[in-house]
Design a protein around this ligand. Structure first.
Ligand code: HEC
Length: 173
């Protein structure tokens, strides 16, 4: 009886170990061709920005079609996090509060429109980014945003933001 119990216990342990080695069965490995689609990183200085470009004039129609339902007809109204402002309901609109215009591009390209992330062409992302910056009074409506001009936009809140990298260098927290 004791031998039988030990055998059952061993078998149960082995089964549990095997299941653990296989993992919970969630997700699947990406193929090398798929990785660039997901691994997009743009640094504050513009490193990683793609080719292409766009103006606020081009972005206005895209914004009306793809973004206005959530962020407001002109970017101010909301109901969700207005990207233009500030106003009494939202003090920190991304298009003015964020320290780098390049982050606006990166965020939009990887996550907007909310229900269809990564559906925009790079030119379209440049154009809606230009529209948001223009609506915030930071660039002209015909100023073309591309990998050269976008990092050169000086966001008004930049000096109020502390860079942990600058403070700590390669030191960990
Ligand atoms: C279906 C609704 C919806 C649509 C359409 C949409 N967004 Fe958003 N957007 C959101 C939500 C929700 C958030 C907040 C997400 C979060 O905080 O995790 C957000 C956040 C943002 C932010 C950051 C705002 C902040 O203050 O943090 C930006 C910039 C932005 N969206 C740009 C766009 C652009 C550009 C488009 C059109 C191409 C767009 N969004 C379309 C729902 C939407």
């Amino acid at each position: 009886m004791r031998v039988l119990k030990a055998t059952i216990l061993t078998a149960a342990c082995l089964a549990a170990l095997a299941a653990r080695a296989e993992g919970p069965g969630l997700g699947q490995p990406l193929s090398p061709e798929e990785i660039p689609f997901y691994a997009t990183h743009i640094l504050p200085d513009g490193t990683g920005l793609p080719e292409g470009g766009g103006t606020a004039v081009e972005g206005a129609e895209l914004f009306a079609t793809l973004c206005a339902a959530c962020h407001g007809e002109t970017g101010i109204e909301g109901p969700i996090e207005p990207v233009v402002g500030p106003n009494e309901t939202f003090a920190r609109p991304a298009g003015r509060y964020w320290p780098y215009a390049t982050t606006l591009f990166d965020y939009t390209r990887r996550s907007m429109p909310f229900h269809q992330p990564k559906s925009l062409e790079d030119d379209e992302v440049y154009a809606v980014t230009a529209y948001i910056l223009h609506r915030n009074g930071l660039i002209g409506e015909n100023e073309r945003m591309d990998s050269e001009s976008l990092p050169a936009v000086v966001m008004p809140n930049r000096e109020n933001v502390i860079s942990l990298w600058d403070l700590q260098g390669d030191e960990p927290y």
